[in-house]
Design a protein around this ligand. Structure first.
Ligand code: RM4
Ligand code: MN
Length: 381
């Protein structure tokens, strides 16, 4: 039963995880990094080949701009994967210095909206049903712009995007506490995202990026609340120690990931309607292996969450048995699920240890030798 649920898990990897990345101090180039979206998809296909649960890859526009999106989708299908969420990018143009859809100048707002609508065109061409909206919009200084008017501008843009969505399409609105704006972000928290989505209707949902909260935030509470309201569209998984570190999911706080997955399962969110996406960068570790490890970390947290004896937990909760209830949860968390997952992989016709199997495959050596010349992909390419 648990294995069956784990078998149908779907985790989406991001195209940008395969390109070079770094901090504002330095981007370290790695060997074998893709030069174009086609090569990024080839790398994503490896993650799926070794884990069996990562069948889609998210695109970021314009980083993954191509002439023919249908051809890109065909290429993905040939490699055994599909195109997942389309991520919009209205944060890397000089025009967006003071914001994109909330910019004080209507011309800049129109430009940003046109990009968002272009992303829906790309969804039509690739067959993607999910648009992810993240805005870097905000202000750095008190008084810099009118906080309330910026909300009006945001609402107007979101309504226009919502209108343009097809029947089977949706958008996920992402929130982030701070950065790159430091005084105020226009979508700083789940409440703001939720309020905008609620007003628009069922095709607007909230996406929880685990790295976008203040330290100590109870993310699983947010997950439980949004699920109860039918407004949890999905996750951008990653880990944070300090800010938006974008480290591997489950690396900084595997217990938190377990608690999140428990609420997902408890709240009926363990379905294909919840997008389980990774939003990570591998600045110093190898990228494909980093993605494989991340997928495994999500699988492990999910397996533990599925192991929670819900009946025993409910009984303890009803009886007011504080320690007993806590013990039921901790028993599941403290179970070593690696043998179970190894068994599942073998049943799926995969190698039991994806990390070792990938290392043995020689794929990295092949791409490192083949991908010489050209421009390596990274943020902005
Ligand atoms: C943002 C946000 C978005 C992601 C970009 C790369 O901080 O998390 O989801 O698309 O980074
Ligand atoms: Mn994100």
């Amino acid at each position: 039963m648990i294995k069956e649920q784990l078998r149908r898990q779907r985790i989406e990897t991001p195209s940008w995880a395969y390109g070079n990345s770094g901090t504002r101090f330095k981007v370290f180039a790695q060997r074998g990094v893709p030069r174009d979206p086609y090569e990024k998809i080839a790398d994503a296909a490896q993650v799926h080949a070794f884990t069996g649960v990562a069948p889609t890859v998210a695109l970021h526009i314009p980083w993954d701009k191509v002439d023919d999106y249908e051809d890109l989708a065909r290429h993905a299908a040939e490699l055994g994967v599909g195109i997942g969420a389309i991520n919009s990018n209205v944060f890397q143009d000089d025009d967006y210095k003071l914001g994109s859809v909330t910019h004080p100048d209507p011309e800049v707002r129109a430009k940003a909206l046109a990009h968002l609508l272009e992303c829906v065109d790309i969804m039509d061409a690739t067959g993607s049903d999910t648009l992810k909206l993240w805005f870097s919009d905000g202000t750095n200084y008190p008084g810099q712009d009118d906080v309330r008017e910026r909300q009006d501008r945001l609402a107007e843009a979101l309504a226009a995007v919502y209108e343009r969505l097809g029947d089977e399409q949706r958008f996920l609105l992402e929130y982030k506490l701070f950065e790159p704006a430091f005084y105020m972000t226009d979508v700083p928290d789940w409440g703001t995202a939720y309020a905008h989505c609620l007003k628009l209707g069922p095709k607007a949902q909230v996406v929880v990026d685990t790295g976008h909260h203040a330290p100590g935030t109870n993310i699983e509470f947010i997950v439980a609340f949004l699920l109860r309201e039918g407004k949890l569209g999905g996750f951008d998984f990653n880990s944070r120690f300090y800010a938006d570190d974008d480290l591997m999911v489950g690396a900084a706080d595997p217990f938190q990931l377990f608690r999140i997955m428990y609420e997902v399962i408890r709240g009926g969110g363990y379905t294909e309607r919840t997008a389980f996406m990774l939003d990570q960068c591998h600045n110093i570790e190898p990228k494909i292996a980093g993605q494989i490890r991340s997928v495994m970390n999500v699988q492990e947290a999910t397996a533990k969450a599925l192991l929670v004896d819900r009946e025993a937990l409910a009984a303890a909760q009803r009886a007011g048995d504080v320690l007993g209830a806590n013990a039921v949860l901790m028993d599941a968390y403290n179970t070593d699920v690696r043998p179970l997952l190894a068994e599942l992989r073998e049943e799926m016709g995969l190698e039991p240890d994806p990390m070792a199997a990938y290392a043995k495959s020689g794929y990295f050596e092949t791409i490192a030798a083949e991908r010489v010349g050209g421009d390596q992909a990274g943020w902005g390419a």
